[in-house]
Every structure is written in structure tokens, then in C-alpha cells.
Design a protein around this ligand. Structure first.
Ligand code: AP5
Ligand code: MG
Length: 209
């Protein structure tokens, strides 16, 4: 059976986590969100969490060697053998090259769905984001999770100062990956403005096209 590997690319707040849930439900492949993995590690107080936390709190990227090791380990698991959805990875050219190596060794290659959203909208979304601490679903209003009933929380790094730093890290370190994938003919731009359903219709067209 053909493998299906997809990178969901975009700035903080572009809607990667939101659309990721729909893609994985539609295609039946696992979601690998490096942000979710790191936040779980921080909550658990593991060695990974202790190393990552200071970077995350400052809105900076966690060093490549740490992240690449985490993903390498994760994609060796049995549920990843027919493909995965990468959410928030890769985020530097070094991570992009490492992922090409990992998948290339298995004869797999990847398409990139780039959710494109203007910066003022990103800031607006992040400052109004509420997250379920259990399942990580996100909402634009406070309250409880419609799936598991947990009380929604605001993410530590959604404070305005940290949001600025995250957007800066995106511009400087992550945005160059767009060109990297465009040159390889792998980049598919999707307009990330509009309702979640509207964006999902555009995303679905790309994954089914
Ligand atoms: P990570 O968890 O990956 O965060 P991020 O990239 O900053 O992205 P977000 O999760 O903030 O945004 P999203 O695109 O998922 O948007 P969402 O769907 O939630 O990373 C966190 C940190 O971990 C990093 O800063 C770094 O320190 C570290 N890290 C992680 N991966 C790393 C890596 N590979 N290398 C190095 N370090 C790494 O939507 C946002 C909001 O908008 C929500 O409220 C949502 O309800 C709302 N929304 C979604 N879609 C729409 C829509 N169409 N219209 C209106 N509102 C919408
Ligand atoms: Mg996310």
C-alpha cells in the first residue's frame, strides 16, 4: 500500500492543530505534533520536558538535535509505517533535511500543505485561543471541551510578548522552508483565512487531488 506523508506547515496560529485533527480522522494516519509531544513531556517532568521548557517559555525553538531525535524515534513506531501527518515539524532547514533523510531511507516522500494567514490574524487567534488540557483540541472561546468535558486553559506561551517571539522565530527560522519545499515541487499553498470548515474544504481538495 502507498504511504501517505503530509507536513502541515504554517506560522503559529495558522490552524495546523485545528486542521490536523480533521486530516488524521479523514486519512487514518497518526498526527505527530512536536509541540504536543513537548508539552506532554513538560507536564510529565521528563528529561525531554526539562530540556525543552526554557526554550518554549521564551518562544524560541527547541534545538534541532533534540527535536530530530524525538521524531526519529516516533516514526519508527508501527502506526507510522503507512504515513504520518507532521504538525509543527520541520521548522528549520536542518529539520527539513533530516526528515527527507528519514523518509527517503524508507522510499517515502512527503507533500507540504502550507496554511497561509496574515500576521495580524495570527496574533488575534493566539491571544484568544483556549486549549483542552486532555486532548489538546483548541477553541476560540473559554468553557469546557465538547469532546471530553475538561475545563479549557490558555497556553503558557500565548502571552503577547511570547507570541511576538514565536512569530519572529517563524519568520527567521521556519519561513525559509517554504522555498526549500517549493524548489522540490512539494509545496501546496492553502489560504488559511475563513471558517474552519472553509479551510478544511481547501485542505481536503489538496489531499484528494
Ligand atoms: P507548537 O505547539 O507547534 O506551536 P505553534 O507552531 O506555535 O503553533 P500553534 O499550535 O500555536 O498554532 P496552530 O497552527 O496549531 O494553530 P491552532 O490550530 O491551535 O510549538 C510550541 C513550541 O514548541 C514552539 O514555540 C517551540 O518552542 C517548540 N517546538 C515545537 N515544535 C518544534 C520544532 N519542530 N522545532 C523546535 N521547537 C519546536 O489555531 C490557533 C487558534 O486559532 C485556535 O484558537 C483555533 O481555535 C483558532 N483557529 C483555527 N483555525 C481558525 C480559523 N479558520 N478561523 C478562525 N480561528 C481559527
Ligand atoms: Mg498547534
Amino acid at each position: 500500500m502507498a504511504t501517505r506523508d503530509i507536513i502541515l506547515f504554517g506560522a503559529p496560529g495558522a490552524g495546523k492543530g485545528t486542521q490536523a485533527k480533521r486530516i488524521v480522522a479523514h486519512l487514518g494516519i497518526p498526527q505527530i505534533s512536536t509541540g504536543d509531544i513537548l508539552r506532554a513531556a513538560v507536564r510529565a517532568g521528563s528529561a525531554l520536558g526539562l530540556k525543552a521548557k526554557p526554550f518554549m517559555d521564551l518562544g524560541r525553538l527547541v534545538p534541532d538535535d533534540i527535536i530530530i531525535g524525538v521524531v526519529e524515534e516516533r516514526i519508527r513506531e508501527p502506526d507510522c509505517q503507512l504515513g504520518c501527518l507532521f504538525d509543527g515539524f520541520p521548522r528549520t532547514l536542518a529539520q527539513g533535511e533530516a526528515l527527507d533523510d528519514m523518509l527517503g531511507r524508507a522510499g517515502r516522500n512527503v507533500i507540504v500543505i502550507g496554511l497561509e494567514v496574515a500576521e495580524e490574524e495570527l496574533t488575534r487567534r493566539l491571544s484568544g485561543r483556549w486549549t483542552c488540557p486532555q486532548c489538546q483540541r483548541t477553541y476560540s472561546d473559554p468553557g469546557t471541551c465538547t469532546v471530553d468535558g475538561a475545563r479549557l486553559e490558555q497556553r503558557e506561551d500565548d502571552k503577547p510578548e511570547t507570541v511576538k517571539k514565536r512569530l519572529q522565530a517563524y519568520r527567521e527560522q521556519t519561513a525559509p522552508l517554504k522555498d526549500f519545499y517549493q524548489k522540490r515541487g512539494r509545496y501546496r499553498a492553502v489560504d488559511g483565512l475563513g471558517s474552519e470548515d472553509e479551510v478544511w474544504r481547501r485542505v481536503r481538495k489538496v489531499i484528494e487531488g
